[in-house]
Design a protein around this ligand. Structure first.
Ligand SMILES: Cc1cc2nc3c(=O)[nH]c(=O)nc-3n(C[C@H](O)[C@H](O)[C@H](O)COP(=O)(O)OP(=O)(O)OC[C@H]3O[C@@H](n4cnc5c(N)ncnc54)[C@H](O)[C@@H]3O)c2cc1C
Length: 385
């Protein structure tokens, strides 16, 4: 059986690791990604706030040594979900089982004025460039603003507001600055009232303005104002944006999306096309767009493929559970356990913030890099700001 996995992010890396662990050389898996390496979403914040060197955040795919798995670095140009044929710059690939784990594409250019007059911290290039922008920032009005729904890692804008507070405080610039957080959600983390309440208290303690239910639709660089969907305007000196998210064009062109994202069976991650699965941010499975959920979905697909290959009936079902680590600043991290069970209201509990959770979060990253790449991470020298 030939399994072709499209995208080597959280979903693709977890899936191919589990298949290799189960079958070694006995399986034929191709993993395709256009990038030369993987970067954790949370590492983008670490680089931006000078806690991690850019080179240390990048995990080269050439380090993937998994029996039965061949990594191909190339751009996927078209997908035929009926014949399970994929065309790439490196030629065509035919699959018996196709898994789409292509994530969400980011479009800063879709928000007028954002590229010209602002910054975004969601792409690797944008977040890494902000390291120098922040180092040169003399203080002033900072807006952390979201430009569309849905967006990856809904806690990330709140974390960024808290981290910029620390950053400006450490540089003696906080008194000369204001920080505003503009979010389309009614609460910082809607499924967890406890986490939302703790964040609102933290914002109030630090003098961070919280603007719920609002979306930034445009920047006017000449007047240095952010324009909101309700027509309001907010002046800024430094705009840190969450750009527009869309499913990659290649899956839209393949006719796999409805209302912008790939619909899947929420329990099995099967698409409507036989033998074609989709996991992670590219789907509309009902969980937030976050790596921990992409990984959990990939585990379910892996378990069911492994069972099927062994001749057993696939029985694993996706439970929608995930753990998010939430940076509160002051080197403290909270752990939010959330569940998005199909047909039920989402719920979430929170532990911390605490130093113990900071260590847990570090272990989360370290353990993935060890399993996916066989590497120790981070090295002591990596963190030197
Ligand atoms: C600032 C920030 C902080 C975050 N913090 C967290 C966190 O703390 N915890 C958490 O769980 N999540 C976090 N996330 C979210 C997390 O990064 C994503 O949700 C996760 O990576 C999604 O996994 P995925 O496998 O669906 O897609 P991705 O990891 O995005 O992988 C998709 C892959 O597909 C490839 N690809 C796309 N199109 C093509 C093509 N045409 N041809 C070839 N390859 C292609 C891409 O190169 C990419 O490697 C954060 C995100 C950001 C931006």
């Amino acid at each position: 059986m030939k399994i072709v996995v499209l995208g080597a992010g959280f979903g693709g890396l977890e899936l191919t690791t589990q298949l290799s662990d189960a079958f070694g050389d006995e399986i034929d898996v191709v993993l395709i990604d256009k990038s030369d390496g993987f970067v954790f979403g949370f590492s983008k914040l670490d680089v931006m706030f000078a806690k991690l060197l850019p080179s240390a955040a990048h995990h080269p795919y050439r380090n993937i040594v998994k029996p039965g798995v061949r990594f191909v670095q190339t751009t996927i140009r078209s997908i035929d979900p009926v014949t399970k044929h994929v065309e790439t710059d490196a030629g065509g690939f035919d699959a018996d089982i196709l898994v789409v784990a292509l994530g969400a594409d980011l479009h800063p250019e879709a928000t007028p004025g954002l590229v010209q007059g602002g910054n975004e911290f969601y792409t690797i290039a944008g977040a890494f460039a902000l390291r120098d922008v922040l180092a040169d920032f003399p203080g002033g009005r900072v807006i952390v603003g979201v430009t569309s729904i849905p967006f990856k890692c809904p806690p990330a804008p709140s974390e960024t507001a808290l981290l910029i507070h620390d950053y400006l405080t450490d540089r003696g610039l906080r008194d000369a600055s204001s920080i505003a957080l503009v979010m389309p959600l009614g609460a910082p983390i809607p499924p967890s009232p406890k986490a939302s309440e703790a964040l609102l208290v933290a914002f109030a303690e630090r003098g961070i303005e919280w603007h719920p239910g609002k979306l930034v639709v445009e920047l006017d660089p000449s007047r240095k104002v952010a324009v909101l969907a309700d027509g309001g305007e907010m002046p800024y000196d430094l705009f840190l944006g969450v750009p527009v998210h869309r499913a990659p064009a290649v899956v839209v062109d393949a006719g796999m999306t409805i209302d912008g994202w790939i619909p899947v069976n929420p329990l099995t991650l099967e698409t409507v096309f036989p033998g074609v699965y989709a996991v992670g941010d590219a789907t509309s499975v009902g969980t937030p767009k976050a790596g921990v959920f992409a990984e959990g979905q990939a585990s379910v697909v892996a378990a069911n493929l492994i069972a099927a290959i062994h001749g057993a009936s696939p029985s694993r079902q996706y439970d929608g559970h995930g753990i998010c680590y939430l940076e509160f600043g002051h080197d403290q991290v909270a752990r939010v356990d959330v569940a998005f069970v199909s047909g039920q209201a989402p719920y979430g509990d929170m532990d911390g913030p605490s130093i113990a959770n900071t260590a847990d979060k570090a272990d989360f990253g370290t353990s993935r890099i060890r399993r996916w790449f066989g590497q120790t991470w981070p090295a002591t020298s990596d963190t030197a700001g």
